[in-house]
Each structure stands twice: as C-alpha cells, then as structure tokens.
Design a protein around this ligand. Structure first.
Ligand SMILES: NC(=O)c1ccc[n+]([C@@H]2O[C@H](COP(=O)([O-])OP(=O)(O)OC[C@H]3O[C@@H](n4cnc5c(N)ncnc54)[C@H](OP(=O)(O)O)[C@@H]3O)[C@@H](O)[C@H]2O)c1
Length: 300
C-alpha cells in the first residue's frame, strides 16, 4: 500500500474513496489487453486504489475491469455511466434504454450492483425533462446502483446540482480546466455532493511540443501554451505532481480519476501526491484568471 494514501468521503454518500481513482476510458479506447489490465488494476488495488470509473461506451472497458477485479469486488467502488449504449455518437436518453444499459453494465462488470451510476454528459434540456433522472432513480430503487450521479460540465452540471436529485457530480477539473471552481463546486460543496474530478491531468497535453493530432487533447494543449505555467517546464514527475496536487487541492473535490494504459502508473502517481502550498495554488488560480478567455468552458 502507498503509505497511507488519503481517502475522502464522497459528500453525503458512504463511499470513502482513495483520492487517486482510476479512469477507465483509455484501457477501452486504446484496446489494452486483458492481461495488462489485470496487472494494472491488480497492482493498483494492492497499493490502495479503491475507486474505478468507467462507462457504457468505452469499448471493452467494463468487461476488462469486471474480469480484472473478479473476486476483489468488495475491495473497490465501481462507477459507470449510461446514455450511449450504442456508442458515443448515438446517445439515447429514453428511460428504457438507460435501464437496459445499466443491466448490461452489471453483466459486463460481473457484479450484482454498481456503487454509482451516472448520466453520461446529457444536455441541460435532457436533464430538465426529468425522465432520464427518473430512470436512474428507478435503477437505484431496484438495487442496481447504490447512488446516482451526473457526469458533465457547464450549465448542465450546475442544473444537476440545483435539482437536488443526484448524489455526485463528475466534472473536468485541472490546470487547464477551471470553470467548475466558480460555476459548480461551491454549490456542490454546500449541498454536500460527492465530486469526482475527471480529466484531472488535462491529458498531460503539455507533453506535446506540437499541436497533438488527437482532437480530444487540442483545447487543453492550446490553453496550456497560453497559460505557460513555469512549473510545467520542470522535470516530468514534478510537473505531474503539481498538476495532480492542484486538482486535489480544489475545495470540494474528493477524488481524481486519472486514465492510464500502464500498469506502473497508478502507484507512480500516488507516490507523487503532495500538499500544495496555498501560495502555489493561488498563483495557478491567478494565472487562470489573467489568461482564460470566455470560451474556456468546461470540456466534456
Ligand atoms: N464525459 C465524461 O463523463 C468523461 C469525459 C472524459 C473523461 N472521463 C473520465 O475521466 C477519466 C480521466 O480522463 P482522461 O483519461 O481523459 O484524462 P487524464 O486522466 O487527465 O489524462 C490521462 C493521460 O495522462 C497520462 N498520464 C497519467 N499519468 C501520467 C504520468 N505520471 N506521466 C505521464 N503521463 C501520464 C496517461 O498516459 P499513460 O497511458 O501513458 O499513463 C493518459 O494519456 C477517464 O478515464 C474517464 O473515466 C469522463
């Protein structure tokens, strides 16, 4: 175990999570082998990981995780999402489709219950209609999930807090994505919601000397160039340590789910966590306020 990795309670839930969680999109999209995922999650669980996030549309991610966790199911909190059972490009927010997706997730994750089921970044209009949220409430009533959450950003995330029906919010928070710090987190904190920071390392987009080919990373890459934080020019591990510690220092954040394909990463990142001095945190915030444009909204 990483010497006493900190654990935080997710708001008013009974989930007490390691501050460094595991994000399951990369293992799916990059088609990591079952054997590598077994090693990756096995060694992370041994070292103190106890929260894994995935989704219905991250290719084989749920099945890979279900197999790797296996008999250690009770050692870990399993989080997944619904809304794109047919793939990211084909969202379906009808209640019957959402419930069918949750049932499929249970099978793939080889479990009889999820710890958290999240609506996967539906729009504000879908949230306002209410029936998608009601479907998750039904899943909770049926015992398929212990808690329900919203995963997304901006005005929809704000509404998800205000409506009072969700237990948790998963939202983008990093050096390159700070909108949530003023738009949603103070209210989420006041309402005692669990907060899961997604994309907490901004995809380490600063590692690319030139604009990355992957569109998913391009906004963060451009923002980080403009922000030009001096500490990102330091040794790679020192930069990661500051980036991750910034996300985890944001008031209201309970856990940060870093995505990785590499078996050694979780332990490496856990060992890098440190308490960020207040002045360092404030310098990062000040730089953001100075440079961030109106278009620098939370990235899904
Ligand atoms: N709408 C949504 O609900 C939504 C959207 C996006 C993401 N998410 C969730 O958030 C999770 C995390 O997001 P993400 O994976 O996009 O972003 P991220 O965690 O900010 O970045 C992941 C990237 O960081 C790299 N990395 C991690 N530790 C590193 C280190 N010490 N040194 C160098 N590189 C390192 C990984 O590469 P290696 O493979 O080399 O480690 C990977 O490419 C996802 O897996 C998913 O669960 C949800």
């Amino acid at each position: 175990m990483i010497a006493g990795i900190e654990r935080r309670r997710l708001g008013r839930t009974d989930i007490v999570a390691s501050v460094l969680g595991f994000g399951g999109s990369e293992i799916g999209y990059q088609r990591v082998s079952g054997r590598t995922v077994d090693r990756l999650l096995g060694s992370a669980l041994d070292a103190g990981l106890n929260l894994i996030d995935t989704a219905e549309c991250y290719e084989d991610s749920e099945a890979l995780i279900g197999r790797a966790v296996g008999a250690r199911r009770r050692d870990v909190f399993l989080l997944t999402k619904c809304g794109h059972a047919g793939g990211w490009a084909r969202p379906d927010w009808r209640p019957a489709a959402l419930l069918a997706s949750v049932e499929r997730s249970l099978r793939r994750l080889a479990t009889d219950h999820l710890d958290l089921i999240q609506l996967h970044s539906c729009s504000l209009a879908v949230l306002r209609r209410g029936d998608a949220i009601a479907a998750l409430e039904r899943a909770r009533e049926r015992g398929w999930a212990r808690y329900i959450g919203y995963s997304g950003d901006g005005a929809a995330a704000r509404y998800a807090i205000e409506c009072g029906r969700f237990d948790t919010l998963q939202t983008s928070i990093s050096l390159a994505d700070q909108e949530a710090l003023t738009l949603t987190l103070p209210l989420a904190r006041a309402r005692r919601m669990g907060v899961i920071a997604k994309r907490p390392l901004a995809n380490v987009a600063w590692r690319h000397a030139r604009k990355p080919a992957e569109p998913y990373e391009q906004d963060y890459w451009a923002r980080l160039r403009a922000l030009d934080y001096p500490f990102l020019r330091s040794a790679p591990d020192a930069a990661i340590a500051t980036a991750l510690s910034f996300t985890l220092s944001v008031p209201g954040v309970h856990t940060a789910i870093v995505g990785t394909t590499k078996p050694e990463r979780w332990r490496q990142n856990a060992a890098l966590l440190r308490a960020l001095p207040v002045e360092e945190f404030e310098r990062i915030r000040a730089r953001w306020r100075e440079v961030a444009g109106a278009s620098w909204v939370g990235q899904v």
